[in-house]
Design a protein around this ligand. Structure first.
Ligand code: ATP
Ligand code: MG
Length: 308
């Protein structure tokens, strides 16, 4: 199936020679949620700005719904909704007018019911007639999200949508994004909150110094790259580790009260059942067992260190 978004050999060198993106290739399928992670200055906003037609690429090509974002820019842009990283809103307007007018700009017929739904979804209904300048920072960010949603986009770009917002909006936003996905909308978001990527993304892309270092299915990424731990609490402490367990890679922790085994998530040699059998075979009585997996955050930091 044709991807909803296709980025081909995209490179951007800003005036002054700053290379912000270097030969990026990426396809995103219809209805997919992709999270882009990367440190400050990695090129995330540059990539989104090029796709949305705000910044021109130095070379390369972007197709949105099959439309070239330069040659067929009207069709391409009509499919796009953007929640920008920087807050720019019209101070004197009200949320209601701003959203209603915004649809008109995209050549869409007015739809008060949708404007009402979006305002309610983002807890802005009681502010619909207030001047935007009287809203708090978090409310203004909610309004930016609302503005992207009233266009009923097919591809939604969220550039750090939850930076500086409260826990409640973060969860409202995650729910809205999932809802849009159910309607077939493709979502690309950037975030510095790794738990955000962990919570909603299907795939994770890691971008560092203008290069897309990796794009992988989130679950596979966590399973393949992650460290796993098997912790076995003992009924009685051990003075020393039996040789048979040492040979399997166990270490003794917590003053002899715990056996610990660390292994790569993709290591097929490590079978928890067999490990437990070895513990029983050594005549050790088990009180409790836990397994733990390293988080996406730990994997992310490791990957960035490898790449630098
Ligand atoms: N208009 C511009 N002119 C020149 N250089 C720019 C411009 N905009 C961005 N850059 C540079 O391009 C690089 C990538 O910036 P970009 O804003 O895309 O990063 P980012 O990944 O979005 O970072 P952040 O996480 O801080 O938002 C940086 O080195 C930045 O200084
Ligand atoms: Mg940015």
């Amino acid at each position: 199936m044709q991807p909803m978004l296709s980025i081909q050999n995209l490179t951007k060198t800003y005036a002054g020679g700053n290379c912000a993106l270097s030969d990026v290739n990426l396809d995103v399928a219809k209805g997919e949620i992709l999270a882009l992670l990367g440190p400050n200055g990695a090129g995330k906003t540059t990539m989104i700005s090029i796709i949305c037609g705000i910044v021109t690429a130095t070379s390369g090509k972007v197709l949105v719904g099959g439309y070239d974002n330069v040659r067929d820019y009207r069709q391409a842009r009509s499919l796009i909704g953007l929640v920008p990283q920087e807050l720019t809103t019209d101070a004197f307007e009200t949320p209601w007018d701003n959203l209603s007018f915004s649809r008109g700009l995209f050549g869409l017929p007015s739809n008060p019911a949708l404007v009402e739904k979006v305002l309610k979804d983002l807890s802005l209904w009681d502010k619909k007639d207030s001047r935007i300048m009287t809203l708090s920072g978090g409310m203004k960010r909610r309004l930016l999200i609302a503005k992207a949603l009233v266009h009923e986009p097919k591809v939604l770009f969220l550039d750090e949508p939850t930076a500086g917002v409260d826990v409640e909006l973060r969860q409202d936003m995650w729910r809205l994004v999932k809802e849009m996905q159910e309607q077939g909308v493709t979502v690309v978001l950037t975030t510095h909150y790794i738990e955000e990527a962990e919570a909603i993304a299907d795939r994770v892309g890691i971008i560092n110094a203008g290069k897309l270092v990796l794009v992988e299915d989130k679950t596979a990424l966590m399973a393949n790259m992650g460290q796993k731990q098997l912790q076995i609490d003992l009924k009685a402490p051990l003075n020393s580790l039996p040789d048979s367990l040492q040979a399997l890679g166990f270490s003794l922790q917590k003053k002899g009260w715990q056996l610990l085994l660390k292994y790569q998530g993709n290591d097929k040699q490590v079978e928890v059942g067999a490990m437990l059998a070895a513990v029983y075979a050594a005549g050790i009585e088990v009180a409790d067992i836990h397994t733990a997996q390293s988080s996406l955050e730990e994997i992310f930091i490791e990957l960035l260190q490898e790449g630098s």
